[in-house]
Ligand binder design. Structure first.
Ligand code: HEC
Ligand code: HEC
Ligand code: HEC
Ligand code: HEC
Length: 424
């Protein structure tokens, strides 16, 4: 098995070199007419006029029946055979019950009052409308509906501050084919999210199409405090510390913890950033390769558009490299259990930090320097914990990165606890 993987690794490395070369050639290409057949066009595509945008997924049902049907499975309705056990599913899982510590860690923001596990793409619009968490403006729709680019073309920068509830009135489509293909499914992936179009200019390397499609939404972002624009904080790079540095440089915080006053960062869903640099990424595997594998049904082969846990299609998603599917599921779950346990441990330490810090603020005269130092340590610890907590693979996408972030979080939390212990 090991030897098989080694041979394969060499093969993939060679392949990656070839692909990287194509990538470079692509970027130097000035005149698209001369692009050789096998080199894909830059996948940003042309924006159609608003009235020509095909925003309903159902439009493509006849032309791509199997893809359309698989896409509808992101609803998982009426298909009991695909319901999974503990790893997500049709019924919203309540994180607050599962991880009570987050009520204290997220105290002061909506996530401490309501936090359900993400559901399929089919529900994206419904779920953002129904969440009890406050919505600062129409920017919240950026990753929830096929209509977003249309709104952006129609309103320009004004879109970001439009009232959420008024804007959503006119919208009927959840995520659809348009989000990743515009009017040309079957052609290259096209980027429709305005924030990723900007974000790509900050990346040193363009992700592969099957990753770029997802990086439109499965990323860390924040709203510019003034314009409410969705911004990807990638100016320094997409590493955990580089993103932190971006926020630090701007003295940015999402909220101040009500018990300690710590200016904190709320991480969103950094799947793309976490995944980048992992074993699988370095082999050139895209998000879609695992989450939307090529499948065979009724004698036909097609790209499954049922974006879901790859553990439900292990044969198709992993089987070409990992031949022992049971073993690889077990290994994956082992990583997840380990990271989850670490996450819970670190969250407990930060809860302790918050309690002790709040008590110290109430009962003792902490000098300004000490308070500053404690704020800094709390912010650093909680940011790293959150990065792993809200990344949706429970560490699988890049176990080493997740582990390191949690180790650091632990270390920062411990330093704060030590300072607080000295103060007593
Ligand atoms: C979340 C992004 C996303 C959405 C939404 C999406 N696709 Fe795709 N689609 C992809 C990716 C990724 C690929 C694989 C392309 C690649 O890796 O270069 C693909 C490939 C395809 C292909 C070519 C491959 C094949 O099997 O024939 C077709 C056709 C297609 N999609 C149609 C559709 C249709 C129709 C819809 C809506 C029902 C849709 N797509 C929605 C991301 C998406
Ligand atoms: C336009 C934004 C957007 C794009 C593009 C997008 N996603 Fe999502 N994705 C979401 C949102 C929003 C949710 C959560 C929906 C909810 O909870 O209602 C989600 C949820 C998911 C889930 C969880 C589903 C479940 O059943 O628990 C998976 C898996 C997923 N996306 C994978 C992908 C992959 C892989 C790609 C790229 C091929 C992709 N997504 C592209 C916005 C997007
Ligand atoms: C090597 C295969 C692989 C690649 C590549 C991959 N993932 Fe995953 N992903 C997984 C596995 C395994 C899980 C854990 C699924 C589970 O716990 O059921 C997961 C979980 C997820 C989830 C949560 C799914 C759920 O049902 O709760 C999302 C969302 C997601 N990945 C998005 C992405 C995005 C976006 C990318 C690319 C940046 C990506 N993945 C790349 C294998 C992969
Ligand atoms: C294109 C080949 C390929 C595909 C597809 C692939 N893997 Fe891997 N995977 C590898 C290689 C190579 C390694 C590194 C092997 C080693 O270190 O022994 C690896 C390592 C792993 C590891 C060890 C932990 C780690 O992160 O290093 C796990 C777990 C794993 N893969 C799970 C999966 C799952 C689950 C899927 C499908 C959802 C998948 N892989 C798809 C090639 C692949």
């Amino acid at each position: 098995m090991k030897r098989y993987i080694n041979t394969l690794l060499v093969f993939v490395m060679v392949l990656t070199l070839v692909l990287t070369n194509i990538g470079c050639a692509r970027q130097q290409e000035e005149t698209p007419e001369e692009t050789p057949e096998e080199v894909p066009q830059r996948p940003l595509g042309e924006v159609p006029a608003p009235e020509d945008m095909i925003l309903e997924a159902a439009h493509w049902q006849e032309e791509y029946p199997m893809i359309y049907e698989s896409f509808l499975r992101t609803s998982r309705m009426g298909d009991n055979t695909v319901e999974d056990s503990t790893l997500g599913g049709l019924h919203p899982v309540d994180y607050l019950e599962k991880y009570p510590n987050i009520k204290i860690l997220y105290d002061g923001i909506g996530f401490s009052k309501e936090y359900f596990v993400a559901r399929g793409h089919y529900y994206s619009l419904e779920d953002v409308i129904n969440t009890a968490r406050p919505k600062p403006g129409a920017s919240c729709l950026a990753c929830k509906t096929a209509d977003y680019e249309k709104l952006f073309v129609e309103h320009g920068q004004d879109l970001f501050t439009l009232d959420f509830h008024e804007t959503v009135q006119g919208i009927e489509n959840a995520i659809s084919c348009y989000n990743c293909h515009r009017n040309e499914p079957g052609e290259n992936i096209q980027v429709t999210a305005p924030h990723l179009t900007v974000g790509l200019t900050k990346l040193q390397q363009e992700p592969s199409p099957g990753t770029m499609a997802c990086a439109q939404c499965h990323v860390e972002y924040y709203f510019d405090p003034e314009t409410r624009e969705v911004v990807l904080p990638w100016d320094n790079g997409i590493g955990i510390e580089e993103i932190e540095a971006y926020f630090d440089e701007r003295d940015f915080y999402d909220w101040k913890h009500p018990r300690t006053g710590t200016p904190l960062i709320k991480v969103q869903h950094p799947e793309f950033e976490m995944y980048t640099g992992s074993v699988h990424d370095r082999m050139g595997i895209s998000c879609a390769d695992c989450h939307m594998p090529t499948v065979e049904e009724e004698g036909e082969t097609y790209t499954s558009h049922w974006a879901k846990s790859p553990l439900k299609t292990v044969e198709e998603s992993c089987g070409r490299c990992h031949t022992d599917t049971e073993a690889i599921i077990a290994e994956t779950e082992e990583i997840q259990r380990e990271i989850d346990a670490m996450q819970v441990e670190v969250s407990g330490m930060i809860v302790q930090l918050i309690e002790d810090f709040a008590t110290a603020l109430d009962e003792r005269n902490l000098d300004e320097d000490t308070v500053e130092k404690l704020w800094d340590l709390h912010r650093k610890a909680q940011y790293r914990w959150d990065f792993v907590m809200v990344e949706n693979s429970t560490g699988f996408h890049h176990a080493a990165k997740a582990r390191e972030a949690l180790e650091q979080a632990k270390d920062f939390a411990q330093q704060a606890l030590d300072i607080l212990a000295e103060q007593q």
